[in-house]
Design a protein around this ligand. Sequence first.
Ligand SMILES: [Fe+2]
Ligand SMILES: [Fe+2]
Length: 292
Amino acid sequence: MRMNDTKIGSQEHKELFCRSFIATHQEYEVDKIAWPAVDDVALEALRSIPFWKEALHTEQQAGAMVKAFTNTIRDPLLKEAIALQGYEEERHAQLIEFLIKHYNIQVSQLPEPAIPSNVKTAFINFGFGECLDSFLAFGLFELARRHVSYIPKGLFEIFDTVLHEEARHIVFFINWVTYQQIQEGQSNWQRGIQAFWHYCAAVQDKIRAFSGSVQEQQEGFTATGASSFIDNLTPELFLSTCWQENTRRMSAFDPQLLQPQLMPNLSKLALQILRLIPFRRQSNSQPQLSNY
Ligand SMILES: [Fe+2]
Ligand SMILES: [Fe+2]
């Protein structure tokens, strides 16, 4: 398999996905972030967003797991890149902690992050999970930015950086996992089956995490979180925004790199099916499929 000039799975490919990941790392310290002032309406909205605890737990767990996985890697370049991802995940957790403290958001005590027994499998499941999460988060974030006027622009700018880092993580991951599988001698169909099983495991992890969140907060994570502060959110609007934002964010990467394909393709299919449903609710913001 070739993407332009770089043979996927080659040493050249490894150099490309590691070096571009390392080169695009952004230096910043979370304790230096200037959190914008918010009015009472925005404060109440921030405090009612149901996913802070889940987001903090996910980032803390990710930081600890990626760090543990880094310690098992021998290749110096892969080790440097994956260590950087671990650092960025820890920084995301710190950023959310700072936000929770700054705006006095009530979050119950979280358990200490647990290191899974098989860190490589955990890293792979986590990576596929991030591909699912990030695709949805790109759309949710853009919808909030367009429709929630009482949240200050400065807050969106802070989280835009986080989402850009997540975009870098999923591009790095999909290249790393493919490189790894090719190095292990796996054929195309073996890689497809593996990806399917890991996506299934990632979805099961999400369901477990969301059902815990539902029990505790009577709310889900992404979609129900979105509908709690955006009126008239239709599946078409949500999916088309995810698709468009994913396309926009992915356009920033070197075209020689692989990009996650499952969620964009599934959402494109879902949008085409939704378009065929008769008498569906019309929306002014209805997506135009002709551009997909
Ligand atoms: Fe993260
Ligand atoms: Fe990440």
